[in-house]
Write a protein that binds this ligand. Structure first.
Ligand SMILES: [Zn+2]
Length: 242
């Protein structure tokens, strides 16, 4: 749910009017409120956070294959995020990452290889990865048409969460400036020429893999607990809509 930022600026308090939007690839949410303001809100969350969230919604909606696929892709996009952070640490400009990424952009095995070695270089230990059985489960679902049960999809999501969250915390702890810089690059990349003359604001949301406040209890929650909250949120949002 997104509200009008121009109303907030003009009236000094958030309006009670919310637009229901769907997750977008470009991270841009354009809306026109009942006062006629056309504004753009850019979602601060990285792709891997949004993809994990989409996987959770897929479970709630009963699409378990799609959930497994989104969780897998979330992890792959986290590797990309981490690589960008590592290269920011070395070069302090995004061009080095962009140049290297071009060479591996369509080969996920190469990306994983780069991630394993750069992680080991910075943390002096190999990164936690999915087990062989989790990887073959994912391949069966994504490539061979296996139809997983709900509990299998939740278990797989928990496995992804279990390795992704500690690695994200480690990155935030060791490279706070670089993480901030990569967030800035992300917001910059979401800007468009059509923004000229419009109110453009950024919005951060709390997601399952990451919470801005660094709430530790949130960090330790299993996916099944998050699903309960998400279902409640979905019900409230649906009610507000109808
Ligand atoms: Zn407005």
């Amino acid at each position: 749910m997104v509200s009008c930022m121009q109303c907030l600026q003009e009236f000094g308090k958030p309006s009670n009017e919310f637009a229901h939007v769907e997750f977008r690839n470009d991270g841009r949410y354009e809306l026109t409120c009942s006062m006629g303001h056309t504004t753009t809100t850019i979602l601060q969350q990285q792709k891997f956070e949004v993809l994990f969230e989409i996987g959770a919604y897929a479970i709630l909606d009963g699409y378990y294959r799609e959930a497994v696929s989104s969780f897998s892709t979330s992890l792959e996009r986290f590797y990309e995020f981490a690589l960008r952070v590592f290269l920011e640490n070395v070069s302090k400009v995004d061009a080095l990452f962009q140049n290297c990424w071009k060479k591996v952009a369509s080969q996920s095995e190469r990306q994983l290889g780069a991630f394993i070695f750069l992680w080991a270089h910075h943390f002096n230990e190999p990164p936690a990865l999915l087990s062989n059985s989790q990887v073959s489960f994912r391949n069966d679902v994504v490539h061979k048409g296996k139809i997983p049960a709900r509990d299998e999809a939740v278990k797989y999501g928990d496995s992804v969460l279990g390795i992704l969250r500690p690695m994200l915390s480690a990155l935030q702890c060791r490279f706070p400036e670089e993480v901030q810089k990569v967030t800035f690059y992300h917001l910059r990349d979401c800007r468009s020429e059509s923004d000229d003359g419009r109110t453009v604001s950024t919005m951060g949301i709390s997601t399952i893999v990451n919470q801005a406040s660094g709430d530790l209890a949130h960090q330790e929650k299993a996916l099944s607990e998050h699903l309960v909250h998400l279902a409640e949120w979905k019900r409230l949002a649906g009610g507000a809509k109808g």
